[in-house]
Design a binder for this molecule. Sequence first.
Ligand SMILES: *Cc1c(COP(=O)(O)O)cnc(C)c1O
Length: 310
Amino acid sequence: MLRYPDPSAYHVRKKLSQLWGVSSENIVMGNGSNELIDLLIRIFCEPGDSILTSQYAFIAYKICAQAARVKTIEVPMGEDLKFDLRSISELIDRCEVPPKLIFIANPNNPTGTYLSSEDLFQFLDKYKEREDFLIVLDEAYNEFVRAKDYPHLLDKFKEYKNLVILRTMSKVYGLAGLRVGALIGTIEVVDYCNRVRNPFNVNSLALSGLLAALEDTEFLERSIQNNSEGLDYFYDQFQKMGLRYWESQGNFVLFETPRDAKLIYEELLKKGVILRPLAPYGLNTHLRMSVGLPEENLKAIQALSEVLQI
Ligand SMILES: *Cc1c(COP(=O)(O)O)cnc(C)c1O
């Protein structure tokens, strides 16, 4: 630990390149994918420019944009709480000055909803010739997806030159505390990232930890299996309690609360259960519950049922 970390993350990128079937030249590592979101905005936007995303999209896009004095255009979501690509497309076509970056989380956090292959490729095809903006596909939860029509994009950014993909090791690998994420993009985009990022943005411990984790395919499978079972358990319990929920492709599920979610959130806190309130997103009667170990899931559901008295 007396030496600086490898600034090129050589071994990690090599391993990921094999795993993902992309050249390591197309990969850049970040201190969590949050750093890469921030970096993309700082590289490709100037103060006064805008980024485009959806209402109820992962909030980091807007927060990073704000810090860079960049505007966020948010396209409303419908009742299904999905990215509305048709409205997004209409807005892009109407814009006199197009946004510099379009952020699409697939699946999205906190809604858990996803875009199908058909819908997404239609969108990417329509804009594949555009050089004035990048389309950033944030795939933080891709490993958990059960939907059969989920798009696989890793081998597609050669065809779609303006496509950038973000991945994270915080979710399925359970390494949130180590802070490692990855960006996959054209050599040009990767080159810009390498010029602007801090040289030692991913520390030695994170690099070694990740290398070991990437070998541990059994953990990965268990993590995915545990998540599937946890989600099914939540769905079942929500149905029994008569709570509306949105089917999720992530490791959490969004549900609607019968009264102000903040009050329910506070009651749950007293029972030692922390759910995610979504008031910062403008969702005041919704909570997001993450999948944990079976006993944690049980405890969370029991606490919720007590608080709601159902
Ligand atoms: C958790 C999350 C991230 C960021 O993860 P890092 O821990 O910074 O790698 C990015 N996008 C989405 C949609 C997330 O939910």
